[in-house]
Every structure is written in structure tokens, then in C-alpha cells.
Design a protein around this ligand. Structure first.
Ligand SMILES: N[C@@H](CCC(=O)N[C@@H](CS)C(=O)NCC(=O)O)C(=O)O
Length: 231
């Protein structure tokens, strides 16, 4: 059994999508981010960066002690290696999966997160930030679009990089992007979205990057966006 500490954000949905694709038994443990549950000491003991997702694997390979993890990219890699699926065994394919996984973790996720923030959550419109992140996200979408030309998936077969990227393309409208401008990405996006595991993952899940979600109370804003060095 795997416990998934979860909120319905792109990073949380990545881990859920993997577990659905893999058919591994798991339990969702909701973490109410706007209420500050990510700061509870028992959660920080699993995820010291006060973010979701995190997992506890009670049935790890090679040890009796449960394995706990934070950081979605590390979680995907760990789970793929645990079951020997969604990561190629050959060195060429594996290397490409690592490249694209780090690309998603260091590029697409953080940059898309910033434009989502400035478009939906920021209390004031900041034109410089909106322009800067819209352009950068457009560049990243274009890189992925080119990669997908003539390919069904980002690396050979369905892998953790498709699982890592898909939830970050779902809020494309909040990113100020039109998928018609990225035809190969759009084809892949539609294929991914039609998979039964994706449909199960997104059942009852609302896109968090909508104007409704930007309507936070002052207290929720303080919890989510007022963080500094003090806990
Ligand atoms: N690099 C981290 C980022 C995780 C992350 O940013 N999680 C957000 C939701 S998508 C979160 O938990 N935010 C709560 C907070 O910042 O207090 C990962 O990929 O796991």
C-alpha cells in the first residue's frame, strides 16, 4: 500500500496519474494547502519543503522499513524503478527520460507555475511578470511540441515524462497558451487525456488555475504566498 499526500494541483496529479497508470494500490491523504496543513510537524517529517506530493510506500523492495519521499520527480523515478515500468531499460531511452524529467521539473513546472500565479492568483496585475512568464512558457511549449513531432510519446513508449508533463499542460488556458499553436503537443495532449488512467485521475478534480481559485481570503493568501524563512 502507498499513501499519497495529495492536493489537486499539477504536481499532486502527476503522482496520482502514475499510480493510476501503474495500477498500484494507494490511499489518498488530502493535504489542505490553503488551510496550512502542509506545515503540520507530522507532515514536515515526511515533506520538509512543506509541499505536496509526498508518499509513504509500506511495501518497498529490499527493505522492511517504509520508504517516504517528497518531490514529485523523485517519486515518479522511484515508483518507475520499483515496478520496472514507465522508464526504458536501455541506456539511450533511460537517459532521455532523465533529460525530459529534469526539463519538466526545472523548466516547465516552475515557469508554468509562475504564469499561473500571475494570471490567476496575484492580487494585482504585473505586466512585466505576465509578459516574461507567458513568453517563457510559450518557448517551453514549443520545445515540447517539436519533440513530439512524429512521436506518440515524449520518449518511445508512455513513460514518467509523459506523466510528469501532462498535468502541467492541462491548465494551458491559464498559461495564456492556445494548443492550436502547438499541433504535435495538442495531438499528444488529446491522446493522454483519453487514457482511462487519466480519466480516473481527473474524475471530480477541478482545474486549480481558474479565476474562482484566485478568489482566496486574506488568510489563505498569507498561508500560500506569504511564506518566508519563519515557520
Ligand atoms: N518541486 C516540487 C514542487 C511541489 C509544489 O510546488 N507543490 C505545491 C502545490 S503544486 C505545494 O504544495 N504548495 C504548498 C505551499 O507552497 O505551501 C515537486 O515537484 O514536488
Amino acid at each position: 500500500m502507498i499513501d499519497l499526500y495529495f492536493a489537486a494541483t499539477p504536481n499532486g496529479l502527476k503522482a496520482k496519474l502514475f499510480l493510476e497508470e501503474a495500477g498500484l494500490p494507494y490511499r489518498v491523504i488530502p493535504v489542505a494547502l490553503s488551510k496550512g496543513e502542509q506545515f503540520k510537524p507530522e507532515y514536515l517529517a515526511i515533506s520538509p519543503n512543506n509541499k505536496i506530493p509526498a508518499i509513504i510506500d509500506y511495501d518497498p523492495v529490499g527493505t522492511d522499513k517504509p520508504v517516504q519521499m517528497f518531490e514529485s520527480g523523485a517519486i515518479l523515478l522511484y515508483l518507475a524503478e520499483k515496478i520496472g515500468r514507465f522508464i526504458p531499460k536501455d541506456i539511450q531511452g533511460r537517459t532521455q527520460v532523465l533529460e525530459w524529467l529534469f526539463w519538466q521539473m526545472a523548466g516547465l513546472g516552475p515557469m508554468a507555475g509562475q504564469i499561473g500565479h500571475f494570471n490567476i492568483y496575484a492580487a494585482e496585475k504585473v505586466p512585466y511578470a505576465i509578459d516574461r512568464y507567458t513568453r517563457e512558457v510559450a518557448r517551453l511549449y514549443s520545445v515540447l511540441n517539436q519533440r513530439l513531432e512524429g512521436r506518440s510519446f515524449i520518449v518511445d513508449e508512455l513513460s514518467i515524462v509523459d506523466i510528469a508533463c501532462y498535468p502541467w499542460i492541462v491548465p494551458h488556458q491559464a498559461h495564456g497558451q492556445n494548443l492550436d499553436d502547438f499541433p504535435h503537443l495538442k495531438r499528444w495532449f488529446d491522446t493522454m487525456g483519453a487514457r482511462p488512467a487519466t480519466i480516473r485521475t481527473y474524475e471530480g478534480v477541478e482545474n486549480v488555475y481558474t479565476p474562482k481559485h484566485g478568489a482566496l481570503t486574506e488568510e489563505e493568501r498569507r498561508i500560500l504566498f506569504g511564506q518566508g524563512a519563519k515557520r
